[in-house]
Write a protein that binds this ligand. Structure first.
Ligand SMILES: Cc1cc2nc3c(=O)[nH]c(=O)nc-3n(C[C@H](O)[C@H](O)[C@H](O)COP(=O)(O)OP(=O)(O)OC[C@H]3O[C@@H](n4cnc5c(N)ncnc54)[C@H](O)[C@@H]3O)c2cc1C
Length: 399
């Protein structure tokens, strides 16, 4: 590890200041590392993967137990950031995962996501209940159930405010002395064997190491192995008007993931209505039909997209929610071939770590992951066992 010596030279440069980049910059700056963060926009913004007011956070993650330490640590960090910034970031309104009893509903690349969730909860001692359809219906009459559902209810799950989380991370990073450059686009990355050079549309910077957390632009920036194993997909989010929003307030209604059939598309998720945000019930599905370009995807959501969401998901399942769509947004998933995270050394530039932690479930882990990336730097680039499940090398693709 070398230490920064001149004006344009840093210990670490972080490219991208969204969910993961802002968390990494904050963690590094808090440990006294000289760090520069660069973003092509001015985060938080609505051009990548971290906008739309809310993200679900669950401590027992059906995507696999390797993720549990990240989200558990993240919950601690969100509370620390709230204390530091006085911003409300995490609302533990409870979370419900629903699937047909006896089914094996697949989600985020995992068969029987509901049973996986319960296994992780038991392994990590995460407070939860397993509910029958009758119990779910009694507790959450807003849901129109078929009667064959089984539910996992986690009282400590809930929602995060992604834009505020990023704002908090960057505010604290700045207070710890991080240098942040926004509206500056990184164009080139180089590693000459002793340091990294990052070229932008405004200048050139050097560092001992760099972290590329450029979200949907990683395939373009990191290329090679990463481009081969990541695809970008446009997603849509919709807020529908409820007859009485108090029925959907966070003290009466949880975040939910509802796999109502066994096929991957028999699925939607949603959020309670907070009076500080858009006054509608926010719902979404996942769309993998076509590949998107982050520079040219359609940011507008059509009325047909809104109404097909209402007809297929909302009308048959959420009581007292009408067809009027108050607001919609389009956002990007960067999905790996196995729906996991890809985090590893750049195959050509060993001083550059590439962090693609999306596949539609990365936000909840971002605070803990930023800290883990910081520890990677402090540990002289040694990937601890915690990283093994996420390394590109595990895909055996010769990175
Ligand atoms: C619709 C939707 C719903 C989701 N729901 C959930 C959920 O409920 N729970 C959950 O945990 N996760 C969820 N996710 C996933 C989560 O939001 C993502 O994993 C996370 O936001 C990804 O963060 P990131 O830092 O990788 O990308 P971003 O936050 O997009 O940050 C990348 C940054 O890199 C910058 N950048 C790109 N190229 C350059 C360049 N050349 N030079 C400089 N800067 C550059 C961009 O401007 C951007 O700010 C969801 C994602 C979407 C899209």
């Amino acid at each position: 590890m070398t230490v920064a010596t001149s004006a344009n030279s840093y210990d670490v440069i972080v490219v991208g200041l969204g969910a993961h980049g802002s968390a990494t910059v904050r963690a590094l700056a808090a440990r006294g590392v000289t760090v520069l963060g660069i973003d092509r926009f001015s985060p938080p913004h609505a051009w990548g993967s971290s906008h739309g007011e809310t993200r679900i956070t669950r401590q027992a993650v059906g995507e696999g137990e390797a993720y549990a330490p990240l989200v558990l640590r993240s919950h601690e960090i969100w509370r620390e950031l709230e204390a530091d910034t006085k911003l409300d970031l995490l609302v533990q309104c409870g979370g419900l995962v629903l699937a047909p009893t006896g089914g094996t509903a697949k989600h985020h690349g995992h068969d029987d996501f509901l049973s996986n969730t319960i296994t992780v909860a038991n392994r990590y001692g995460i407070d939860h209940e397993v509910l029958t359809a009758t119990e779910i219906g009694r507790r959450f009459p807003q849901l129109m159930l078929r009667g064959d559902e089984r539910g996992y209810y986690e009282p400590g799950a809930g929602l995060l405010h992604p834009e505020r989380c990023i704002e908090a991370q960057l505010r604290v990073a700045r207070a710890h002395g991080a240098h942040l450059r926004t509206d500056e686009r990184v164009l080139t990355l180089d590693d000459d064997g002793s340091s990294v050079t990052v070229g932008t549309d405004k200048g050139s910077y050097r560092a001992a190491q760099a972290v590329v957390a450029a979200g949907a632009w990683i395939p373009e920036l990191a290329g090679g192995t990463f481009a081969q194993h990541l695809k970008v997909h446009r997603q849509t989010l919709h807020w529908f008007e409820a007859d009485d929003i108090t029925n959907y307030s966070p003290d009466r209604f949880p975040v939910f993931i509802w796999m109502w059939g066994d096929k991957a598309e028999d699925y939607f998720y949603g959020f309670p209505v907070e009076t500080s945000g858009t006054l509608g019930v926010k719902v979404a599905t996942e769309q993998y039909g076509s590949v998107s370009n982050p520079d040219s995807f359609d940011h507008d959501v059509s009325e047909e997209e809104q109404q097909s969401m209402y007809r297929a998901q909302v009308a048959p399942r959420l009581r007292g929610v009408g067809p009027r769509c108050i607001q919609s947004a389009a956002c990007l998933y960067t999905t790996s071939t196995d729906s996991g995270f890809l985090i590893d050394q750049h195959p050509e530039y060993p001083r550059i770590t590439v962090v693609s932690a999306c596949s539609g479930h990365g936000f909840k882990h971002s605070a803990g992951l930023g800290e883990a990336i910081c520890n990677l730097y402090l540990d002289d680039g040694k990937y601890s066992s915690a990283f093994q499940p996420f390394l590109v090398k595990r895909l055996d693709i010769g990175a």
